[in-house]
Write a protein that binds this ligand. Sequence first.
Ligand SMILES: NC(=O)C1=CN([C@@H]2O[C@H](COP(=O)(O)OP(=O)(O)OC[C@H]3O[C@@H](n4cnc5c(N)ncnc54)[C@H](OP(=O)(O)O)[C@@H]3O)[C@@H](O)[C@H]2O)C=CC1
Ligand SMILES: O=C(O)CCC(=O)C(=O)O
Length: 476
Amino acid sequence: MNLTHYIGGHFVAADPVFESLNPSDTDDVVARYPAGGAGEVDAAVGAARAAFPAWSMASPEVRADLLDKVGATLMARAAELGTLLAREEGKTRAEGTGEVMRAARIFRYFASEALRRHGQTLESTRPGLDVATYREAVGVIGLITPWNFPIAIPAWKAAPALAFGNTVVLKPANPTPAIAHALATIIHECGAPAGVFNMVLGQGGVGSALVDHAGVDAVSFTGSQAVGGRVAAAAVARQARVQLEMGGKNPLVVLADADLERAVTIALDGGFFQTGQRCTASSRVIVEDALHDRFVAALAERAAALRVGHALEADTQVGPAASEAQFERNLRYVAIATGEGGRLVTGGTALRLATPGYFMAPTLIADTAPDMRINREEVFGPLVSTVRVRDYEEALAMANAGNFGLSAGIVTTSHARARHFRRHVRAGMVMVNLPTAGVDYHVPFGGTRGSSYGAREQGFAAVEFYTQMKTVYSGD
Ligand SMILES: NC(=O)C1=CN([C@@H]2O[C@H](COP(=O)(O)OP(=O)(O)OC[C@H]3O[C@@H](n4cnc5c(N)ncnc54)[C@H](OP(=O)(O)O)[C@@H]3O)[C@@H](O)[C@H]2O)C=CC1
Ligand SMILES: O=C(O)CCC(=O)C(=O)O
């Protein structure tokens, strides 16, 4: 399959330069795609600017109808698109289908958000005047989205952008262009006016051309801290609005009063499902001393029993890393963690299976210290480290250490501890007796410190980033 850019309502073909490979079987080329650059970005931004006046002034019903139709189409095609997603990204077919359904629900949710009341009317302090606030579209929004949720994240950025009257230029992640292309095709076929939604494919310069373009009013980025920092600096330098979501080193605190089986199930899900490639993954498990050894032994046993395999095989529980770069990074961090004194309890190695893919055994590294790199840096693979602590107070201090603050979890039977943790942990999202990963789409998503920058994403909070406030005073 040769993919194209999507600019101004047209699928713009160009020589295929890059390949998207199936990470479960790298002999399988999922798609080939062109090397877009500043020229394509300029054309896409131009198309989005030209479409903006009519789209932002269109009846919200027009926008709601489009989003509704996109949501319904995604839902109807969830199994087929979920298979494509699993083939291209490496998450299991069930995870892929679930993600497409999530994207469908996000479009459906924002279809109704387009019709909801977002402004206010107030009495003026001056008799005889009325005051009202309106939320208006911002303009052209540049979206740079990652490969780990290659349809849900474009959905949760594009759907609110379009719902509130903005136009969009999407730069999808390099390892997953085919599923992004499928989304663009659906938006086109559902009747989006030309230029309302655009997509430019390519590597090594498309993202920065988008962020630097004077015609882009706002940029929403999800990815690494390093790139996020560059995106923010470039956007702020020209006073463009910017929002970043940059991952985590999410602590899961397991207290001695926890039910062991439950704690292990929560850690297993949060740490290893979706191959650990979630910014909300429970990559750092902080365990109270009295339960520590039994917890590590039980988690290692369950992790070793997980079936790692080809994403499209029915009994696979953990798919491959999404790319060679991510695979190598995962293995490198095993060496870094053990080199710094961590104890490899299970996993740690690449797996040779029937197909050439980026498979790795779920890995547990115990006896780590909080200042080791494995506890400070996001890896984004099926790697979990454990830290032993004396008591709850030490666990909380450790959970609050470091430069991330996305999601934090606690497993305990104590309501008092859970309440205290909810209040005092420094994270944007707190999970009580739940994995740190796995979020709803109708509530705000985002973190503190180095995890996020700017307004929250998703749910009712999305209106903040994708609209600007206007205050109108009316006399008689
Ligand atoms: N928070 C999360 O959910 C995610 C976190 N990550 C983390 O990031 C690590 C690396 O993943 P990787 O896929 O390389 O992701 P990156 O965060 O490095 O982002 C790569 C994307 O950013 C664009 N980009 C690169 N430089 C710039 C720039 N200066 N301005 C604008 N856009 C730019 C690239 O486009 P172009 O090719 O055109 O330059 C590409 O689309 C992972 O291991 C993980 O730790 C990754 C994915 C999701
Ligand atoms: O945990 C989730 O459901 C969402 C995770 C996420 O958004 C991410 O990894 O980028």
